[in-house]
Design a binder for this molecule. Structure first.
Ligand SMILES: NC(=O)c1ccc[n+]([C@@H]2O[C@H](COP(=O)([O-])OP(=O)(O)OC[C@H]3O[C@@H](n4cnc5c(N)ncnc54)[C@H](OP(=O)(O)O)[C@@H]3O)[C@@H](O)[C@H]2O)c1
Length: 317
């Protein structure tokens, strides 16, 4: 089978499509015939070696942390899933990333607890665009921010993968959605359901005004955005790559409900089924910037690393 992997850290030129044996699922795992995957920020960090302390120096390592496809076979301990069913899945954690095959491949192994039936309302490309971003946005808005109908929610990075999903989901939840995006994507974000959209390059936090919730996907200026919270407001970030972001989160820990909440990593068991139900109930559709074949994954990484994208870069297999 074809799989995307790299034998050293570096720019997108290190990625190769190679032939590898089809992996075999363990007792709690499923073998997936992948039809689509997507490029996520974590793939770029992984490939570039920015996570080298956790992903180590044993190569080759596979790429891809999400997938949509059909179940080929299930491990002996897996229940509730059968061959032929259409599912979406997320893989996270350093242990999985160190393996020679990831989810950007013709076949992939996924943990049955991080998988759910894919929404009937989305085709495979759309589902691949939404699985990580939609899950991350739903977890932030529902669990971390507890967004209420009418609540004014500021979303930073509103045309990005996670941010665009967050705009759609927050609008569906009845939030008064304020998006921050680059000037060229202001109308795109409005079309997703945002009530107000600001160009981030020319707008300061104080100009955006008071917020009941701030969802940050950028990782800069966190204390300044935290100061826009109304009494009882909540803030969350998922962009923790910089020491400054980590420090802001850590320093806010003593501030009770006003602290900056952060989460990383794979979904707790069962969470993807909740995303499937939400997407089907509310007809959520992701923003797709470009669809590129797996063979061309190096170009997909290059496109993702450019600025000004509107939504996700999806890989079709
Ligand atoms: N914790 C988790 O489970 C989890 C899951 C997924 C992602 N993440 C993290 O979430 C972050 C975003 O991921 P993503 O996939 O959505 O990335 P993305 O698609 O690259 O989106 C980032 C967006 O931020 C915008 N942006 C840049 N500077 C900005 C600023 N100062 N103000 C407002 N917007 C700004 C960019 O716009 P322009 O390109 O137009 O400048 C871009 O649209 C990453 O740090 C990623 O690691 C965490």
């Amino acid at each position: 089978m074809k799989t995307a992997q790299f034998a050293r850290y570096g720019d997108e030129g290190v990625i190769e499509i190679v032939d590898a044996p089809i992996p075999r699922p363990g007792p709690a795992e499923v073998l997936l015939r992948v039809t689509a995957s997507s490029v996520n920020s974590v793939d770029i960090a992984h490939r570039a070696g920015a996570m080298g302390l956790v992903t180590g120096r044993t190569f080759p390592q596979g790429l891809g942390v999400d997938a949509v496809g059909r179940i080929e076979s299930v491990g002996t301990d897996v229940s509730g899933f059968a061959p032929g069913e259409r599912v979406w899945a997320i893989r996270a954690g350093a242990a999985g990333m160190k393996k020679p095959t990831g989810l950007a491949a013709e076949f992939a192994i996924v943990d049955a607890r991080r998988m759910a039936h894919a929404p009937e309302s989305l085709d495979d490309t759309a589902a691949a665009a939404l699985v990580v971003s939609g899950y991350t946005a739903l977890r932030a808005l529902r669990d971390a921010l507890r967004l209420q109908p009418g609540g004014r929610v500021v979303i930073r990075g509103a045309s990005g993968g996670v941010g665009s999903a967050a705009v759609s989901i927050a609008a569906t939840m009845g939030g008064r959605v304020v998006g921050l995006a680059s000037e060229r994507n202001v109308e795109v974000v409005r079309a997703l359901g945002a009530h107000e959209v600001f160009d981030y390059a020319s707008t300061s936090p104080s100009e955006v005004g008071p917020a009941d919730a701030v969802f940050d996907t950028v990782g800069t200026q966190l204390p300044a955005w935290q100061r826009t919270l109304r009494r009882g407001g909540r803030m969350a970030t998922v962009a923790l790559a910089s020491p400054a972001a980590l420090a802001s989160v850590a320093l806010s820990a003593a501030q009770g409900s006003r602290r900056i909440r952060a989460f990383v990593g794979e979904p707790p068991a069962g969470q993807l089924a909740a995303l499937t139900a939400f997407v089907e109930a509310h007809d959520i559709r992701p923003l797709v910037h470009e669809t590129i074949t797996l063979d061309d994954i190096a170009r997909a990484h290059r496109v993702f690393e450019g600025r000004g994208l509107a939504g996700k870069v999806v890989l079709t297999v």
